[in-house]
Design a protein around this ligand. Structure first.
Ligand code: MOS
Length: 768
């Protein structure tokens, strides 16, 4: 297809000369992190700091009938034991609604320590504050709670048949249909109809959730490992009944987030409450078990994928339906079938998502919520169909690669899956694979090779930003985005340096503080593009005002020149051929020591207006075209035929992620996603006792994430072709890496062994 009309009528953002963008620049925060100078949220020193520990409910659903705290209070060093009987009042949680951003960060709607109700096994029912962490934890273990128990719903498998279909379509999550997929399936010469299941997964960021809360009168400062400082500020202000301007959330360093730190969980709320009750700064560092008990993770899923095809491989029917959970007290649907609207040019399509409500800690976003597990089912089923047809799985995908979005005929903003597979096949050596399962060996190991597609939608959000150019030629970028390890500060320093034509070392980026201009959460793989859009706009504004300033002087070589005649380079504005003026010269002559440009407004009304205008544009775009990151995952496994042990021995991933800002950081993001996907494929599962709803493996010794010995060298590539609808052509890379991984592993395991495992994780017992 040729795309003649432009995809967007918005003027293209100025494309700076790429001096830093695209380069594998070292992280600007690397030295602070590697020398220990970087402070994480549990490390802020306050002289009179106290320590908090949680007491968790041990029943699923019920009511507290008695709570005995005398023993705990008697532990030396204990300052307070807060329960629903004596804790300060909390304003009720807002009703969850997309129109109320502060409600979206509410992990659950429970009014912690303000109610005798227990809504899940693990909900905090008391908090101990003490002079030392040891005293707090010892005392917490001594709190005795009696309960009246109520019936509860905790067995996902038992609830699955009662699931109800999801409606809302703003996020394209409701039912989607083209033609009559069921009839086409029944009539298809070749077909399959399969069930896939995936377990719940839990967040295991290196830094467990931690909060340091300090009240000064009715002003609150919170050091919080958060992916969404602006929303956290709004939410805390609301719950504690103070104006948002009185709340400051500080998080320059976050030790991994992955979606688990997008919401505010009970640990945070209870810590702020404890600081208010005791009048002392309080630090809460959740134990690893505490994270399992109080922070939501990925939903379990049961999925149906049915495919119908003609003998030549052309898909006539694609059906993908899912059942997932939300908590009864919070959590939202995960977009399990989203990729199935976009990946294959099937003549008939049906996607549908259904939900059950469980009395568990609410589910939460976790790296590619939806697509991570949805691509497992879809891409494993496509592999099975390829075997049913006697066709190479890449060839089957290429025969069904669409020119337009399959379900509704919209255009793709950017789509290079053909190129991704071609490059991946070459790098991986796909042509050396013999298709017969069990046909490849390395000594006693069975060798298997599998492929799968990766897919994740591209998001853009509204970001406010301020950029200041100093007469000494340095630049300060101020934007309250979050850095949880992906390299945002470095990326935006690169972008600013190119846009303004100054050395990278001349740019300082301030972030991770809610006092800064409000930026979107680090979520949806959308933060870098969102901040980049505003940063480029601010840089343009700044250059225009510098030009105007220069033109006031009769002697300026810039007189008579228009913005489009100029380049920002060498620390100033210059005609394309020739010499203009340095920023220093322009500012000094004008008697100024700096110039400012701002995008967005910090007033409440200005924020709302900006956000609405931006959302309207985003939704308009979305009606016209589909934008996403995609990729091709290639996996090689070795399977021990006697023990069923699976080792991933090679990985190649090729991604269509638009323009890459920093090769080193993008490679790390994609590799990190693949590592997390390998964990999902082979070992990760949260085990829930179906009688009590209690998580049975709340530790890294029993919930197995991959370690270095589990992971081979991961070879990642990208096509580096800018997406014409995205700022600088960049598409977010945070989540696409995990998608397709579990299917590529499952497909490789099948190739090695002839066994199809449709229930994650692929543990060795399932191969024997
Ligand atoms: Mo994410 S799951 O958008 O941090």
């Amino acid at each position: 297809m040729t795309q003649t009309e432009p995809l967007t009528r918005r003027p293209p953002l100025r494309d700076p000369a790429d001096r830093y963008v695209g380069k594998p620049v070292d992280r600007v925060d690397g030295p602070a992190k590697t020398t220990g100078a970087a402070l994480y949220s549990a490390e802020y020193p306050y002289p009179d700091i106290t320590h908090a520990a949680l007491v968790h409910a041990t029943v699923t659903r019920g009511r507290i009938t008695g709570i005995e705290t005398d023993q705990a209070a008697a532990v030396p060093g204990v300052i307070a034991v807060l329960t629903h009987l004596n804790a300060p009042a909390l304003k009720p949680a807002p009703k969850q609604s997309p129109m109320n951003l502060s409600s979206l960060v509410s992990g659950t709607s429970v009014d912690y320590l303000n109610t005798d109700e227990v809504h899940w096994n693990g909900q905090p029912v008391a908090v101990v504050v003490a002079e030392t962490l040891a005293a707090a934890r010892q005392a917490a273990a001594l709190v005795e709670v009696a309960y009246e128990e109520f019936p509860a719903t905790v067995d996902f498998a038992a609830e699955e048949p009662k699931a109800t279909p999801q409606k809302s379509d703003l996020l394209q999550s409701g039912e989607g249909k083209k033609g009559d997929a069921e009839a086409a399936l029944a009539a298809a010469p070749v077909s399959l109809d399969l069930r896939y299941t995936t377990p719940p997964h839990h967040h295991n960021a290196i830094e467990p959730h931690a909060t340091t809360a300090v009240w000064d009168g009715d002003r609150l400062t919170v050091h919080e490992g958060s992916q969404s400082i602006a929303w956290a500020r709004e939410h805390l202000a609301l719950r504690f009944g103070v104006p948002a301007a009185n709340v400051r959330v500080i998080a320059p360093y976050v030790g991994g987030g992955f979606g688990g730190k997008s919401s505010l969980w009970p640990g945070t709320i209870v810590t702020v409450m404890a600081a208010r009750a005791t009048g002392r700064p309080v630090r809460m560092m959740l134990t690893r078990e505490g994270v399992y008990r109080t922070v939501g993770g990925r939903t379990p899923s049961a999925q149906r994928v049915a495919l119908g095809a003609r003998p030549d491989g052309k898909l006539t029917s694609l059906i993908h339906t899912s059942v997932t959970m939300t908590g009864r007290v919070g959590g939202g649907p995960e977009q399990v079938t989203s990729q199935s609207r976009h990946l294959y040019d099937a003549e008939n399509i049906l996607v549908r998502q259904s939900l059950v409500q469980m009395d568990m800690v609410s589910n939460a976003t976790m790296r590619a919520p939806g697509e991570a597990i949805g691509t497992f089912a879809l891409e494993a089923a496509v592999d099975e169909l390829a075997y049913g047809l006697g066709m190479d799985p890449i060839e089957l995908r290429m025969r069904n690669e669409p020119d337009r979005n399959p379900i509704d005929g919209k255009r793709f903003a950017h789509r290079m899956l053909r190129e991704a597979y071609a490059l991946g096949a070459e790098k991986f050596g796909w042509s050396g694979r013999t298709p017969e399962p069990g046909s490849m060996r390395d000594g006693r190991w069975l060798v298997g090779m599998g492929v799968a597609s990766a897919y994740h939608p591209a998001w853009l959000f509204w970001a406010n930003i301020k950029v200041r150019l100093f007469a000494d030629g340095t630049v300060l970028v101020r934007c309250g985005f979050q850095e949880m390890g992906m390299g945002g500060a470095t990326a935006h320093a690169q972008i600013a340096a190119d846009a303004l034509g100054v050395p990278l070392g001349a740019v300082r980026v301030e972030y991770g503080d809610s006092e800064l201009p409000t930026a979107p959460p680090a979520g949806g793989s959308g933060q870098t593009a969102s901040v980049a859009a505003s940063l480029l706009a601010a840089a343009d504004k700044l250059k225009r005002s510098l030009l105007a300033l220069a033109k006031r002087s009769p002697g300026s070589p810039l007189r008579g020149l228009r913005p489009r005649d100029l380049q920002a380079r060498d620390g100033g504005l210059h005609p394309v051929a020739g010499t203009g003026e340095s920023y220093a010269a322009i500012l000094t002559r004008a008697g100024r020591d700096h110039a400012d440009a701002a995008i967005g407004s910090e007033s409440r009304a200005g924020q709302v207006a900006g956000q609405l205008k931006f959302m309207a544009q985003f939704l308009r775009d979305r009606r016209r075209f589909v934008r996403a990151a995609a990729g091709a995952q290639f996996c090689e496994v070795r399977v021990d035929p006697d023990t069923g042990e699976v080792r991933v021995t090679r990985w190649v991933g090729v991604f269509d992620v638009g323009r890459v800002i920093n090769a080193k950081m993008v490679a790390s993001q994609l590799r990190g996603g693949i590592v997390m996907g390998i964990g999902m494929a082979l070992s990760e599962a949260t085990l829930v006792d179906p009688r009590t709803g209690r998580i049975m493996n709340p530790s890294l010794s029993e919930y197995h994430v991959p370690v270095h010995a589990d992971i081979p060298a991961i070879d990642v590539h990208w096509l580096d072709d800018p997406d014409p609808t995205m700022p600088l052509g960049l598409v977010g890379v945070g989540e696409v890496g995990i998608t397709g991984v579990a299917a590529a592993v499952a497909n490789a395991v099948h190739h090695a062994t002839g066994r199809r495992v449709r229930d994650l994780p692929i543990t060795l017992d399932k191969l024997l």
